[in-house]
Design a protein. Structure first.
Length: 242
C-alpha cells in the first residue's frame, strides 16, 4: 500500500515546492499550528453560536489541510478523502453529542480517519534517514491527533455507558460528561498529569485511560530515541565527509 510514488507524482510534488510555495515545505509545521489553534480555541467555542460555528469551520479546514499536507499518492488520497467525510460530519452535525445510532457509527468511521492519518505520518517521519524540523513537527502532529482521537473514544464510551466517568461536583458546574470534558481528560491522561475532577468509573474507561497514558509515554520515548539516532547518523556522515 505504501509503494514508491510514480514519476508523475514526484514531479507534481517537486513543482509544488518550487518558487513561492515555500510554505509547502513546512506543511507539518502549519498543520501543527492549526491543530494547536483548534485545541486552544475549543473552550471559547462554547456558549456562543458564532464562535461555535467558527470552530466547526476551522476544524473542517484542518481536516482537509491534513489530507493535503500528507502528499499521498492517488490511491491513498482517495481513501483519505473517503474517511475525511465522516470526520467532518463528526465535528459538525454530531459535534455536540451522539443523538442516534448513525452518529455512533459515524464516530467509528471518524476514528478510522484519525488512525489512518497517524499511521501515514508515522511512516513518513520515521522513514527518513535524517531528522529535520518537519520530522519534529510531524511527530507533534501525531501527538495531538492521538489526543483528539482518544477524546472521541472517551465521549463515545460515556455515551454507551452514561456512568463511565464521575464528575466531582466540587470542581465541575455540570454532571454530564461532554466533549470539552473529553478533550481535557484525554490530554491530561496522555501527558500523565491527571484530570482533576474527572474519575473513570467503569473498567472500560479505566482501561482506555491506561492505554492512552502508556501510548503518550512510549511515543515520547520512541520519538526522543529516533531523533537522537537520526542526528547521530547525520553527525557521523558529516565527519566522514570531512
Amino acid at each position: 500500500m505504501f509503494a514508491k510514488r510514480t514519476h508523475t507524482e514526484v514531479r507534481l510534488i517537486r513543482a509544488a515546492t518550487k518558487g513561492h510555495h515555500v510554505w509547502y515545505q513546512n506543511k507539518f509545521m502549519w498543520l501543527f499550528i492549526f491543530l494547536l489553534g483548534v485545541l486552544l480555541y475549543y473552550p471559547y467555542s462554547l456558549g456562543n453560536n458564532f464562535r461555535y460555528y467558527s470552530y466547526r469551520a476551522l476544524f473542517c479546514v484542518v481536516i482537509l489541510f491534513t489530507v493535503y499536507a500528507l502528499s499521498m499518492r492517488r490511491s491513498l488520497l482517495v481513501i483519505a478523502l473517503l474517511l475525511a467525510a465522516p470526520e467532518i460530519i463528526q465535528h459538525t452535525i454530531y459535534a455536540a453529542d451522539f443523538r442516534s445510532p448513525i452518529a455512533v457509527v459515524n464516530s467509528f468511521l471518524a476514528l478510522a480517519f484519525d488512525v489512518f492519518i497517524v499511521v501515514v505520518i508515522f511512516r513518513r517521519i520515521f522513514g527518513k534517514i535524517h531528522a529535520d524540523s518537519e520530522s519534529i513537527f510531524g511527530a507533534l502532529c501525531i501527538y495531538l491527533f492521538v489526543g483528539f482521537s482518544f477524546s472521541s473514544i472517551f465521549q463515545l464510551d460515556a455515551y454507551l455507558q452514561p456512568h463511565a466517568f464521575y464528575l466531582d461536583p466540587a470542581v465541575n458546574n455540570h454532571n454530564i460528561f461532554n466533549r470539552l470534558d473529553a478533550v481535557y481528560y484525554s490530554f491530561a491522561s496522555m501527558t500523565s498529569l491527571g484530570a482533576a475532577g474527572i474519575t473513570p468509573v467503569t473498567g472500560e474507561a479505566r482501561l482506555l485511560t491506561i492505554i492512552e497514558a502508556l501510548l503518550g509515554v512510549l511515543f515520547l520515548a520512541v520519538l526522543v530515541s529516533r531523533l537522537l539516532s537520526a542526528y547521530g547518523v547525520k553527525g557521523a556522515s558529516e565527519k566522514i565527509e570531512q
